[in-house]
Design a binder for this molecule. Structure first.
Ligand code: NAD
Length: 456
């Protein structure tokens, strides 16, 4: 798309915003209802498109791509009135008889850029927030999940108000570079740290506020006192969910030396339980998004001792669940975000060493700890920083709309889900309503100030 076309699109979105239609609650309800309908009426098509792109089971698709956006939509609809209500706040005596309020203003025209790994969820959930807050939006979904992108484009264009939204699923890096040449009132970006930096720099030129939902390497510590079979089950489930292509996925394990061998054995047991003898043939195991990423992942096998898996088939985008012991710390396996079903294991004897390793790296999006020991739990909580923490389980914190979802430091700026998505697309505008009654106008503030000399 040419910049000329983009200029027309952004102008039209601005015109629609200035018409004030998005400020009306009726309009917001109608668009939220439309999103809900879009999902409900097209569940099968959505499932089929995600399956084509990521080859995963209907159950996984249902949990992340259908249920979560639906829940967020319902949550927004049931709280919209209270979220949007002007709040009356305290007014100090010198300001009286004025009253003070906070108005919930929409930001205007916002840009949402979403990735391919949960292509419906990570596009629609921010959009639901933008709508609830009364914004117009351009939603740019990833072209790597092409089948979902094409479908979302078709459905969003059909179900949503065409004056207030624009969509794209075909543009690549150049298209995003072009989009960033325009002034937006907010940019909501989900993607890698590197592209996040590019977006942040481009936004700075216009002083545009950003939300950056980024990635990184999420550590998982396994203490010696846990039920290893139970921990292995949860960890391997989390690692294989969406074939490891999850921003909050476990990137690497730091395991107490005394339980490493047992953990590897238990991984073998649970993989058999989950997928049988032929993982490749299991309908419960997803595929990598592209041949290029499959190739990238297969090259990670040479960075340590492969103790489980290590199989790749680039043509069918298959990478087996792979566990690697003692990885080379300078290798891509331990330097770059893995974003696939490859799991390196480091070991520790003293928890302080595990914490020192984590603290020497950029802050992760999520940190996991398996331990029954309250002291260790406390030590890990105060001795590390990360966007979120989950103790004794994995991934599921993402599904609670009452929790802020976002990073800290290199893993992102800002957080969303539930009410917070509404808040981030809203400007809390201060309003003081003063009086026009002249007799209430006390003379104390007007010059000459010499009359107040004894008050200082
Ligand atoms: P990406 O950053 O590679 O791509 C994001 C978008 O940026 C794509 O549309 C791409 O076309 C575009 N892009 C690529 N290079 C660009 C450039 N030089 N200039 C401008 N635009 C460019 O991310 P991805 O591959 O789509 O998604 C995977 C990443 O997203 C992982 O790092 C993952 O951790 C992260 N992620 C984060 C979250 C979260 O909520 N924090 C969720 C999902 C994924």
């Amino acid at each position: 798309m040419s910049n000329q076309n983009l200029a027309t699109i952004t102008q039209n979105l601005r015109k629609a915003f200035l018409s004030q239609k998005t400020r009306k609650l009726d309009w917001r309800y109608s668009q939220l209802k439309a999103i809900k309908k879009l999902i409900t009426e097209n569940k099968e098509q959505i499932t089929a498109a995600v399956k084509k792109d990521l080859g995963k089971h209907d159950f996984e698709i249902h949990q992340t791509e259908i249920v979560m956006p639906q829940t967020e939509c319902e949550e927004a609809m049931s709280h919209l009135e209270s979220w949007t209500k002007t709040e009356k706040v305290y007014t100090p005596i010198p300001l009286k008889p004025a009253s003070s309020h906070i108005i919930k203003d929409p930001l205007g025209v916002v840009l949402i850029i979403s990735p391919w790994n949960y292509p419906v969820n990570l596009a629609l959930v921010p959009l639901i927030g933008a709508i609830s807050a009364g914004n117009c939006a351009l939603l740019k979904v990833s072209r790597h999940s092409y089948n979902v992108g094409e479908l979302l484009y078709k459905l969003c264009t059909k179900y949503l108000d065409p004056e207030c939204f624009a969509f794209d699923f075909e543009g690549g890096a150049q298209y995003i570079t072009d989009l960033l040449e325009f002034k937006w009132d907010h940019i909501f970006f989900t993607g890698s740290v590197n592209v996040g930096r590019i977006v942040y720099q481009a936004a700075a030129k216009f002083l545009t506020p950003v939300t950056l939902e980024l990635g990184g390497k999420n550590p998982c510590i396994i203490d010696k006192d846990v039920d290893i079979a139970f921990a292995a089950k949860r960890i391997m489930w989390g690692k294989c969910w969406n074939a490891g292509q999850t921003c909050i996925g476990l990137d690497y394990l730091i395991v107490h030396k005394s339980v490493v061998a047992k953990l590897v054995d238990e991984f073998k047991v649970v993989l058999k339980e989950f997928y049988g003898d032929d993982i490749k043939a299991s309908s419960s195991y997803a595929r990598v998004i592209s041949k290029q990423h499959t190739e990238r992942l297969s090259k990670l096998f040479s960075n340590g001792e492969v103790v489980i898996g290590g199989e790749a088939d680039v043509e069918s985008r298959y990478i087996s669940p792979t566990v690697i012991l003692n990885p080379d710390m300078d290798s891509p396996l331990m330097q770059d975000e893995i974003f696939g079903p490859v799991l390196p294991i480091l070991t520790y004897e003293n928890i302080d060493d595990a914490l020192a390793l984590i603290q020497s790296r950029p802050h992760a999006l999520t940190l996991y700890l398996f331990s029954r020991d309250q002291k260790i739990q406390d030590q890990v909580l105060v001795g590390t920083q990360s966007g979120s923490v989950m103790l004794n389980d994995v991934l599921l914190h993402f599904t609670n709309p009452a929790l802020p979802f976002g990073g800290v430091g290199d893993s992102g700026i800002g957080s969303y889900h539930g009410r917070l998505t509404f808040d981030l697309f809203t400007h809390r505008r201060a309003l003081v309503q003063s009086t026009t009654k002249k007799f209430l106008d006390l003379p104390f503030r007007y010059p000459p100030y010499t009359q107040f000399a004894d008050k200082v």
